[in-house]
Design a protein around this ligand. Structure first.
Ligand code: FEO
Ligand code: CA
Ligand code: CA
Length: 642
C-alpha cells in the first residue's frame, strides 16, 4: 500500500506566489505563445495550456487566494446550484436547431431533422476564436457522446426501426456552431456558415501508420483509408494550429451480430461482443455494424479524430498514430523543443495512460508543416513504479510501443506498427504498462508542467477478476477514484522519466473513519467537498483546476453527503478543493470551456434524469430531460472562480 496516511507530504511545497508568476511568464515566453498563434484555416487558439494567455496571466492578482467563491453545499435537487454571486443560463440543449428552417426541439424529430439539430449527451467541448473576413467568430465544437433511448424515441427504445437507427446515428458525433454575445447573453447563430453536424455517417479519412492496413479494409472500403463517421465521442483536445480533436471511447457497444462472428482475444480486450450494448441495435439495420458481415469495421473506431472547425467542408481525419483504445481526451502540449506531446487515458478498469510525441516540431504559422504532425511519432505507455520506502513521490517512465522492439515482434503477433497501434492495449500489456483505475481526462498545468489525470474508480481493483493494487492505484474495490499527477524529468514532456504523486484521493471521512482508513480519502477531502468519481478535468487560463464528476449520486451509504454529480475547483498549489456547482438529478457534469477573459464559463450537463433519478431539467414542468450546455457568469461580471 502507498503512504495513504501521508497525504500532506504528497502535496507540492507551497511556492511563493510571485515566483510562480515569474515561472508562468518564463514558461509562456519559452513556448513562444505570448503572440497569438494563427494556424490552419483561419483559427486562432486559446483556452487551456496557456496558449495566448498573456492577458490571463497578467490579470492574476498574486495577493488574492485562487479560490474566491463561497463553497456550494451538496444537493439532491433537480436544479443547478452555484455559489452566491453566480448565475447560469442554458446555451443549448439536445435537439435545438443549429440551422435556419429547422424545427425547434421535438421528441418526434426524424433523422433528417436530428441531423440539423444539436446532438445528444454533450461532453468535451472547446470554443474557438476564428478570424475570417475581418471579423472575429466564436465557434463551438462540442462532442455528442451517445444517446438515451428512453428520450430519443417516443417509444423509449422498445421497438427499433431502421429510421430510429438513422436518427440515433445523427444524434451523436460532433456539433459545430457559432455563438454570439448579445445584451441578453450568448446565443447560437443559426445562419452561420461555420455550423456543421458530424455524425456516425460523415465521410472521413484514416491517416497515419494504420491507414490502409489489411485489418482496416472492408468490403465498402478496400483501400482501408476511408471511413464513415465517428462514434462515442467522449472528451477532446485542441491543437495550436486551430483544430479540434474528438476522442472515440466506448465504440464497442455499437457493434454486434445476429450471426456467428469470429472474435479473437484481441477483440474481446476491447469489449467487442456479439451482443454489443443492448440499448443499441445498429447491426440489425446497418450491416456496417454487424461483426460477421464486416469484421474489420470495428478496427476503424477507437481513434482520435482531427477536425478543422474553421472549414465546414473539411474532411475529418482519424489519426491512427495516437493508438486505438477507449479514448477519453487528448491533452496536447507543445514541448519546449517544438515537438507536440499528447497525453491520453484509456477509460476502462485496468487499462493504461498513453503519451504520443510527434517526430517533427510544431512551427507557428506554417500551415503545411503542422497539418499532419499527428501522423508521425512515438506512442508510449506509462509505468508508475511504487513509492520507495521513506519517499513521498514515486518514479515512473514511458515505454515506447514500437514494432520490432521488446515483445512487440512477429512471434507475439505484432508484424508491423499498424498492428501495434490497432491493438495498443495488448502492446501496452506486453511492454509492462501500469494498469490504472479507469483513466479519464488529462490536463497539463503550464505553470509547473505537471500533468494531472483523473482515475475515476475501479470497483474490481484487488478482486479476483481485477488487477492487484499498486501504489498509483492503491485501494481495493476503489469506489471513489483519485487524481494522479506527474512532472516530467527536467520539465521536458518528451523525457523518458517522471515523478508522480496523488493530488487527491476522493473518499468519505464521514463514513470511513480513522487516520489509516484509505476510504476516508486524502487530507484535502472534508465534509464540505465530498465527491466521488472525478472525470472531467481542466486547468483554466488562470491556473484553477476544475474537477467534474460522473459517479454515484445516491447520497447514501458510502456516498452519503455527496449529493448529485458536481464540479469542484481546486488550487493546484495548496491542494484546497471547493465545490463550485451541483448538477440536476441523474446527470453527469462533463465538458468545460471559457472565453479568453474567463468571465464566461461553459459547463456541460450530460444525461440529466438517468435512472433511477428522474429529472425535468432544463425545461421543467412535465418535459423530458435534455443534455445541455450552461453559461455561467459572475453577477458582477468578474472572472469565474474569484
Ligand atoms: Fe466518456 Fe470515460 O467517459
Ligand atoms: Ca468522461
Ligand atoms: Ca466517467
Amino acid at each position: 500500500m502507498s503512504k495513504l496516511d501521508d497525504f500532506d507530504d504528497l502535496h507540492f511545497p507551497r511556492t511563493e506566489v510571485p515566483e510562480i508568476n515569474r515561472l508562468i511568464a518564463d514558461d509562456l515566453n519559452r513556448r513562444g505563445f505570448l503572440q497569438k498563434s494563427v494556424g490552419a484555416g483561419f483559427a486562432t487558439f486559446f483556452g487551456g495550456l496557456g496558449f495566448g494567455q498573456d492577458e490571463a496571466v497578467a490579470a492574476v492578482d498574486p495577493a488574492k487566494p485562487l479560490l474566491g467563491f463561497p463553497p456550494v453545499s451538496a444537493s439532491t435537487l433537480d436544479e443547478v446550484m452555484l455559489p452566491d454571486g453566480y448565475k447560469e443560463t442554458v446555451l443549448i440543449s439536445w435537439g435545438d436547431p443549429l440551422f435556419p428552417n429547422t424545427p425547434e426541439f421535438r421528441q418526434t424529430a426524424d433523422a433528417s431533422e436530428q441531423e440539423r439539430q444539436f446532438g445528444d449527451n454533450n461532453d468535451g467541448m472547446h470554443l474557438f476564436q476564428i478570424e475570417k473576413n475581418g471579423a472575429t467568430h466564436w465557434v463551438f465544437a462540442v462532442n455528442n457522446e451517445f444517446y438515451n433511448t428512453e428520450t430519443l424515441f417516443i417509444h423509449q427504445g422498445r421497438l427499433s426501426t431502421a429510421e430510429d437507427i438513422r436518427k440515433a446515428q445523427a444524434a451523436i458525433g460532433v456539433s459545430i456552431f457559432e455563438i454570439v454575445e448579445r445584451k441578453r447573453g450568448w446565443r447560437v447563430k443559426r445562419n452561420s456558415p461555420f455550423n456543421r453536424r458530424i455524425t456516425a455517417n460523415t465521410p472521413m479519412t484514416l491517416s497515419g501508420p494504420a491507414a490502409g492496413h489489411v485489418l482496416m479494409r472492408t468490403p465498402l472500403d478496400p483501400s482501408g483509408s476511408r471511413v464513415l463517421g465517428t462514434i462515442n465521442n467522449c472528451a477532446h483536445g485542441v491543437t495550436p494550429w486551430g483544430t479540434y480533436l474528438t476522442c472515440e471511447e466506448n465504440f464497442n457497444g455499437f457493434f454486434g451480430s445476429a450471426g456467428e462472428p469470429r472474435l479473437g482475444e484481441r477483440d474481446v480486450r476491447y469489449g467487442i461482443s456479439k451482443i454489443g450494448n443492448k440499448d443499441y441495435d445498429w447491426h440489425t439495420f446497418d450491416g456496417r455494424f454487424d461483426l460477421e458481415e464486416n469484421p474489420n469495421e470495428q478496427n476503424r473506431f477507437g481513434w482520435v479524430v482531427e477536425i478543422d472547425p474553421s472549414d465546414p467542408l473539411s474532411t475529418p481525419k482519424k489519426r491512427t498514430a495516437l493508438g486505438r483504445f477507449k479514448h477519453e481526451n487528448a491533452e496536447l502540449v507543445v514541448n519546449r523543443d517544438g515537438r507536440v506531446v499528447v497525453y491520453m487515458g484509456d477509460d476502462e478498469g485496468g487499462e493504461f495512460i498513453y503519451r504520443f510525441v510527434s517526430t517533427n516540431p510544431y512551427k507557428d504559422g506554417d500551415v503545411v508543416s503542422n497539418r499532419d504532425l499527428l501522423d508521425e511519432g512515438v506512442l508510449s505507455v506509462a509505468k508508475f513504479d511504487d513509492i520507495k520506502e521513506g519517499e513521498t513521490q514515486g518514479k515512473g517512465r514511458w515505454i515506447a510501443l514500437r514494432a520490432g522492439e521488446g515483445k512487440l515482434v512477429a512471434e507475439q503477433g505484432f508484424y508491423d506498427q499498424a498492428e501495434v497501434l490497432i491493438f495498443a492495449r495488448e502492446a501496452g500489456t506486453l511492454m509492462g504498462g501500469t494498469t490504472m483505475d479507469r483513466p479519464e481526462w488529462v490536463t497539463v498545468d503550464p505553470k509547473t508542467d505537471t500533468v494531472y489525470c483523473t482515475l475515476t474508480n475501479n470497483k474490481s481493483r484487488g478482486s479476483s477478476d481485477g488487477d492487484p493494487v499498486n501504489d498509483a492505484n492503491p485501494r481495493e474495490g476503489n469506489q471513489y477514484g483519485q487524481i494522479i499527477r506527474w512532472t516530467p524529468a527536467d520539465r521536458d514532456h518528451t523525457a523518458e522519466t517522471f515523478t508522480w504523486d496523488h493530488f487527491v484521493m476522493a473518499g468519505n471521512p464521514e463514513v470511513h473513519q480513522g487516520k489509516d482508513n484509505p476510504y476516508a480519502g486524502s487530507d484535502n477531502i472534508n465534509e464540505g467537498n465530498l465527491f466521488n468519481s472525478p472525470d472531467g478535468l481542466k486547468i483554466d487560463g488562470k491556473g484553477r483546476l476544475w474537477i467534474q464528476t460522473d459517479g454515484v449520486s445516491s447520497n447514501s451509504d458510502d456516498f452519503k453527503g455527496m449529493g448529485n454529480n458536481q464540479m469542484l475547483c481546486a488550487d493546484p498549489l495548496t491542494g484546497e478543493i471547493r465545490r463550485f456547482l451541483v448538477g440536476p438529478k441523474g446527470c453527469e457534469v462533463t465538458g468545460i470551456a471559457f472565453t479568453p477573459d474567463h468571465t464566461t464559463m461553459f459547463v456541460g450537463i450530460q444525461h440529466p434524469g438517468e435512472p433511477p433519478y428522474p429529472s425535468h431539467f432544463p425545461d421543467y414542468g412535465d418535459s423530458i430531460p435534455r443534455s445541455s450546455i450552461l453559461v455561467v457568469k459572475k453577477k458582477d461580471g468578474g472572472v469565474i472562480g474569484t
